[in-house]
Design a protein around this ligand. Structure first.
Ligand code: FMN
Ligand code: SF4
Length: 397
């Protein structure tokens, strides 16, 4: 009898066990040059950085310092609108663990860490036990905070510290966990490496978390889609007031613009967007985009520990101003100009890119919802449903 065909794709059959994994994907092959196998694959943790370059940089840093590297799989997914990593870890933990081993071998690491939300740890521990890997991979639980997944904050948690980013210099790839060269890769990136190593064109697909309106409220799901798909084929856009691409460090787009886009780096960049954390949301016409934005920005501002000026002074002011602009009432004179000015002042000034990502999201809202700004100034709002659409922990307003 011939072997069953291998299952392509990251989400597989939904059978997370080792037997199902091996049946679907076959054993993990030896890979002589993982960076070459990764080709032009880009990371799925948000910034879209080329994975091969990271592999080479950490290998070089380990050689230069004479210290064995550490690899950390980043599965915390602090972005409240994203669920792809949680779904991946639940459905295909062995692909992620395969990728962790491959990356570890490629950079000569002697320590492998998989960091994820506390809720994911029992399933990951079961997967480690199945493959006899408990002694080789350390599991670390991450707090449910937006910043915990930023790579230097992640390193701090792994080292027993707070979930806070630190200065960019020296970079984590040179001095990360325990002061050693550290490779941080998103868990989807790791799983894609595990497929690329098996000769699958895994880089041609990406996981997305979709939010659409259903008869009983927001419907959220995770799908694996070809890079280059038409956005309108991936996300139902009928009746959408606007489309959020990339998540809370991403951008709002007018629906007709989004409908014409394809999900690839260049096409999205032309529209001022990026896939970021893989979040796609079609905002229903009955919601107010400014109110949604104010709610998200209040959360983003509250998530920083205010270690740097932009987060201490800039984001809270911008959040407070948006709260006023989101009301259907005239805002204080010059407030909109203030938001633009404060936004310009925070860019590039933080130890991490949280302020930059946050004001990119704000700027896109002020562009796309300009008609709503004018309506609010005249005391009107066309939204008919007050309940927020986008998920925000604790319902920050
Ligand atoms: C505020 C902030 C939050 C982040 N949160 C996450 C996260 O939850 N998960 C993640 O994989 N990357 C997150 N990142 C990106 C990481 O710093 C890092 O670039 C990423 O894990 C690298 O993986 P990749 O090369 O596979 O994309 C975050 C970055 C910032 C600035
Ligand atoms: S820029 Fe903001 S979020 Fe980043 S480290 Fe500084 S205070 Fe924290």
């Amino acid at each position: 009898m011939s072997a069953p065909p291998l299952t392509r794709g990251l989400l597989g059959t939904g059978e997370p066990g080792l037997t199902g994994h091996l049946t679907a994907h076959g054993p993990l092959p030896a890979v002589a040059d993982l960076a070459a196998a990764a080709g032009d694959h880009t990371g799925r943790g948000g910034a879209g950085f080329p994975t091969a370059r990271k592999l080479r940089a950490v290998t070089d840093a380990a050689r230069a310092t004479g210290r064995a590297a550490v690899v950390v799989g980043n599965g915390g997914e602090g972005e409240p609108a994203a669920a792809k990593d949680a779904v991946l870890l639940a459905r295909s933990p062995h692909l992620v663990l395969d990728g962790l081993h491959l990356a570890g071998r490629a950079v000569g690491a002697d320590t492998l860490v998989l960091a994820a939300a506390h809720a994911a740890l029992p399933g990951l521990d079961r997967a480690l036990a199945e493959r006899g890997d408990r002694a080789r991979v350390r599991l670390v639980g991450l707090p449910d905070r937006f910043l915990a997944g930023e790579e230097s904050a992640l390193v701090s948690v792994v080292d027993g510290g707070p979930p806070l980013p630190r200065t960019k210099v020296p970079p984590v790839r040179e001095r990360g966990v325990g002061g050693r060269p550290t490779l941080v890769l998103n868990v989807e990136t790791l799983a894609r490496l595990a497929l690329l190593a098996r000769g699958d064109d895994a880089g041609g697909h990406t996981l997305v978390t979709r939010h659409t309106a259903g008869p009983h409220g927001r419907v959220t799901d995770v799908a694996e889609v070809p890079v280059g798909s038409r956005l309108a084929d991936v996300l139902p856009l009928a009746g959408a007031r606007a489309v959020l691409v990339g998540g809370y460090h991403g951008s709002w787009l007018p629906t007709p613009v989004a409908a014409d886009l394809s999900l690839d780096r260049d096409s999205l960049a032309c529209a001022g967007a990026s896939l970021g954390a893989g979040v796609l949301a079609a905002l229903p016409a009955d919601r107010c985009g400014l109110r949604e934005t104010a709610s998200v920005v209040a959360h983003l501002a509250a998530q920083s520990a205010g270690q740097c000026g932009p987060c201490l002074n800039g984001l809270p002011r911008i959040a407070a101003a948006l709260e006023l602009l989101a009301r259907p009432a005239p805002a204080p004179h010059g407030l909109l100009d203030d938001v633009h000015r404060w936004s310009g002042l925070v860019v590039g000034r933080g130890a991490c890119s949280h302020p930059d990502g946050s004001v990119r999201f704000v700027a896109s809202a002020l562009r796309v919802f300009a008609p709503e700004l004018a309506a609010h100034a005249a005391g009107r709002c066309s939204a008919t449903t007050a309940a927020p659409f986008l998920p925000v922990p604790g319902g920050a307003r």
